[in-house]
Design a protein around this ligand. Structure first.
Ligand code: NAD
Ligand code: MG
Length: 390
């Protein structure tokens, strides 16, 4: 019986993971469910999936979680806070961890899973952007298997049969839907609202990654993610806009052969790959009817309208703490945009401002990365508060 911890259980990836797990009751169960602050949503999931442990991120929400589980008549044990989560992830309460907390908040628990040698289904791309070398190094040292859950990286993982990209790989191409604003120019983006930005044409996702998809920062984060996961230099990583979101990425080999992975845009496929690898499991995702879709289109990304992609590539090239700065400034900017405090175009402006102001340091320790993250958050908050970026 595979015991699975789902970090970010109440989110978009978390609920998709629970859907796949529930299809295989004889071989797998959700043993740990963790969420940020929504106690009633977490209790409702516990009532359905009966895990051994439930963890709420906010430490002072422990009594409410305990009461909720009691009133529902559940014997799930209640825990709270990041430390409790890391302990559980490393314990024998689970052998598989779905890392699907959003943002840098997911780094500690993702790292704990890697260090404990778990099978790590890694959706939390921000932890790779922030601390990619430390995370992949910890996984290697502890013998943890990382299966990327980001659809593009999951596609590449499948094309490479779970290996890193060797000298036989000429290049890897990440596909991008182009987001809800594909085809618009900068002037048309100045006044777009959070509701428009999160209305993704192909994927149903949480609000942060939806905004990242609208700015193309998501694809930028994914370049950095691919660099760490597959040990690929930036020169061998490309981005191609593919609005149908059916081809999830491509790997070209030195002999001219190109392998791609296709499927409907539904994260349950990637999650089933992660849960079963190298076996194939039913995921609930339906068949791909290419005749009905009719065509697959491809076009280069518009880097002038969507500067975040170039900013991320620049941070990847700069190395050191630059990706941590990029990620932290972006998290602050996206949150401010969603709260209506800054406009859509200011997201890229804020990230650029932070990258220009904060010196790149070597990314030699978690402390150095944490410092870069804190500095970038402070810088971005200050730029918003003082009206330097609005
Ligand atoms: P979401 O907003 O729907 O869910 C986020 C989850 O994280 C929630 O369960 C929330 O309670 C939890 N959380 C937030 N802060 C927490 C904290 N401090 N402690 C514990 N839990 C916390 O987000 P999502 O769309 O599911 O995305 C999750 C991650 O997966 C992100 O890193 C995203 O980039 C990545 N991802 C998502 C998709 C997708 O299709 N949704 C695709 C690829 C990658
Ligand atoms: Mg993706």
């Amino acid at each position: 019986m595979q015991s699975i911890a789902i970090l970010g259980a109440t989110g978009s990836i978390g609920t998709s993971a629970l859907d796949v797990i529930a299809r295989h009751p004889d071989t797998m169960r959700a043993s740990v469910l963790a969420a940020g602050s929504n106690v009633s949503a977490l209790v409702a999931l516990c009532a359905t999936h009966r895990p051994m442990h439930a963890v709420i991120g906010e430490a002072d929400a422990l009594p409410a979680l305990r009461d909720g589980l009691d009133s529902a008549g559940l014997d799930t044990r209640a825990h709270a806070g990041g430390e409790a989560l890391c302990e559980l992830v490393a314990s024998d309460a689970c052998d598989t961890v779905v890392a699907a907390i959003v943002g840098a908040a997911g780094l500690d628990s993702t790292l704990a899973a890697a260090r404990a040698g778990k099978r790590l289904l890694l959706a939390n791309k921000e932890s790779l952007v922030l601390a990619g070398e430390l995370l992949t190094g910890a996984a290697r040292a502890a013998g943890a298997t990382i299966v990327p859950i980001d659809s593009e990286h999951n596609a590449i993982f499948q094309c490479l049969h779970g290996r890193e990209a060797g000298a036989d790989v000429r290049r890897v191409t990440l596909t991008a839907s182009g987001g809800p604003f594909r085809g618009r120019d900068r002037a048309a983006l100045a006044g777009v609202t959070p509701a428009e930005a999160v209305a993704h044409p192909k994927w149903s996702m949480g609000p942060k990654i939806s905004v990242d998809s609208a700015t193309l920062m998501n694809k930028g984060l994914e370049l950095i993610e691919a660099h760490h996961l597959f040990d690929l230099p930036d020169a061998r990583l490309e981005v191609l806009v593919h609005p149908q979101s059916l081809v999830h990425s491509l790997v070209e080999f030195v002999d001219g052969s190109v392998l791609a992975q296709l499927g409907l845009p539904d994260m349950r496929t990637a999650l089933a790959v992660g849960l079963g690898w190298p076996r194939r499991l039913a995921s609930g995702v339906g068949p791909l009817d290419l005749a009905a879709h009719g065509r697959l289109d491809f076009e280069p990304p518009d880097l002038d309208t969507f500067p975040c992609l170039a900013l991320a590539r620049g941070a990847l090239r700069a190395g050191g703490t630059a990706p941590a700065t990029l990620n932290a400034a972006n998290e602050v900017a996206v949150s401010a945009f969603l709260q209506g405090r800054i406009g859509f175009l200011s997201i890229a402006a804020l990230v650029e401002h932070a990258l220009a102001a904060i010196a790149v340091e070597p990314a030699e320790s978690l402390a150095a990365l944490g410092e870069a993250d804190t500095r970038a958050r402070r810088h971005a908050e200050h730029a918003i508060a003082t009206g330097a970026i609005r």
